[in-house]
Design a protein around this ligand. Structure first.
Ligand SMILES: [Zn+2]
Ligand SMILES: [Zn+2]
Length: 349
C-alpha cells in the first residue's frame, strides 16, 4: 500500500504561548480522531509532526494513523523558517519511499505549515533549495494564524497560502475541520483515482481565505505581541509573559494622537526545552516598562510579583521574602519599587 505522508510543521515560538498553542494541540487531536474513522485515510495516511521556533525538532516521526497519539507541543524562542524548511527537507529525504523501477513509492506528501509570525532568520538559501529540488515533489500549504504575518514571504515557496483571520476557538475548530476534510479528499483521490494532486476542501463562511498570488497583499506588518522570558525564583522554571499591543486613547485630550501600549494577556510556565528550541541570542530590541499595562503573579510558584527586574538584565519572580536570589545570575538582592521606568529585553517570538 502506498502511503500518503502528511507533515505538520508547527510554529511553537513564544507568541503561540497560551491559547493558540492549546488550540493547535486540541486541533491535532481532533484531526487524528476524525481521520481514524475514514476508511481511505486509515489505509493511506501517515502523519509526522515537526515543531519549530529558533530551531526545529521532530516531535513525532512519520507514523500510521492508528499508532499516532497527539503529542504535547513545546514552546521555544524565535521563528526560524530557514531552519524549519531545512529540517523538513532532511525528513523528506530520510523518511519517504521513492518510486523506482521495482516499486511504487509514497504519494506526494502534503505539508501543512502553521505560523503566527514572521521569520526572524535569513531564510533565502533554504527557500532556493526548496524551490529547486522539493517544491514540485510535494504539496505545501502555509496557513497564517492571525494577521500578524507577511504572507508575501510564504508565496515565494508555495501558491497555497491561506489566512485564518481570527484565532478564537470557534475559528480554530472550523479550520481544523477544513484541514481534516482536505486530507480526506486527497486520500480518497489517491486511492480511487491514483491522483496525488492536492485536493483542498472548499472554504465556506470566510473564516479562512486564500491569499491571491496576483494581488499579493503587501501590507505593513505590525508587531501584535510582546513576550518576555522570566524565571521563577523558587522553582527555577522558565515562564513567559505575553502582552498584546493595543491603541489607547491619549491621557491628554489636547494631544490628539493615540498612543500604543501593551496589555497583559497572561503568564505561562514553559518547559526547559524552551531553551533547546532557541537559537543563539533570542533578544530582539527592548521595550519600555511604562508601555506595559498589567503585571502578573508568578505562574510557577504564585509569588506576587512575576515581573521583577534583576540588575543582570533578566526577569524573575519575587514575593514577601527579605532578600531574593536571582535564578539567572545567582546574586542576592533586595527589590524595591522604583517609579522610574526601565527598558526590558523582549524575546524574538
Ligand atoms: Zn515563582
Ligand atoms: Zn540576575
Amino acid at each position: 500500500m502506498r502511503r500518503l505522508p502528511i507533515y505538520f510543521l508547527i510554529d511553537v515560538s513564544e507568541s503561540m504561548v497560551g491559547e493558540p498553542i492549546e488550540q493547535v494541540q486540541e486541533g491535532m487531536g481532533s484531526i487524528i480522531k476524525d481521520l481514524r474513522t475514514d476508511p481511505y485515510a486509515l489505509e493511506t495516511v501517515y502523519v509526522s509532526i515537526i515543531a519549530f521556533a529558533g530551531k526545529a525538532q521532530k516531535i513525532t516521526p512519520l507514523i500510521e494513523l492508528y499508532n499516532f497519539y497527539p503529542p504535547k507541543l513545546p514552546i521555544g524562542g524565535g521563528t526560524s523558517l530557514g531552519n524549519a524548511l531545512n529540517f523538513l527537507i532532511g525528513e523528506l529525504d530520510n523518511s519517504l519511499v521513492k518510486t523506482t523501477m521495482d516499486q511504487k513509492g509514497d504519494w506526494k506528501p502534503i505539508i501543512f505549515l502553521f505560523t503566527d509570525g514572521n521569520p526572524t532568520d535569513k531564510y533565502e538559501a533554504s527557500f532556493d533549495r526548496w524551490n529547486k529540488h522539493y517544491r514540485s515533489k510535494s504539496n505545501l500549504v502555509v496557513i497564517s494564524l492571525g494577521e500578524n504575518t507577511d504572507t508575501t514571504i510564504f508565496m515565494k515557496i508555495t501558491e497555497n497560502v491561506l489566512l485564518l483571520k481570527n484565532t478564537d476557538p470557534e475559528s480554530f475548530k472550523k479550520f481544523f475541520r477544513w484541514v481534516t476534510a482536505s486530507i480526506k479528499t486527497t486520500s480518497m483521490s489517491v486511492s480511487s483515482a491514483s491522483n496525488d494532486g492536492l485536493q483542498l476542501a472548499p472554504i465556506t463562511n470566510g473564516y479562512l481565505s486564500k491569499i491571491d498570488l496576483e494581488k499579493g497583499i503587501n501590507k505593513k506588518v505590525d508587531e501584535n505581541f510582546a513576550v518576555f522570558l522570566a524565571k521563577c525564583q523558587k522553582t527555577k522554571h522558565p515562564y513567559l509573559m505575553k502582552y498584546q499591543k493595543r491603541l489607547s486613547p491619549s491621557e491628554f485630550k489636547e494631544l490628539a494622537a493615540n498612543t500604543m501600549d501593551y496589555k497583559l494577556v497572561g503568564a505561562f510556565p514553559v518547559e526547559n526545552s524552551y531553551f533547546d528550541l532557541c537559537e543563539g541570542d533570542n533578544n530582539t530590541g527592548t521595550i519600555n516598562s511604562s508601555g506595559l499595562v498589567g503585571f502578573p503573579n508568578c505562574p510557577c510558584c504564585g509569588n506576587q510579583y512575576g515581573f521583577s527586574y534583576c540588575a543582570c538584565g533578566n526577569i524573575m519572580c519575587t514575593g514577601e521574602e527579605e532578600a531574593s536570589r536571582c535564578p539567572w545570575c545567582g546574586v542576592e538582592a533586595r527589590f524595591g519599587f522604583g517609579n522610574q521606568s526601565f527598558n526590558i529585553n523582549r524575546t524574538r517570538g
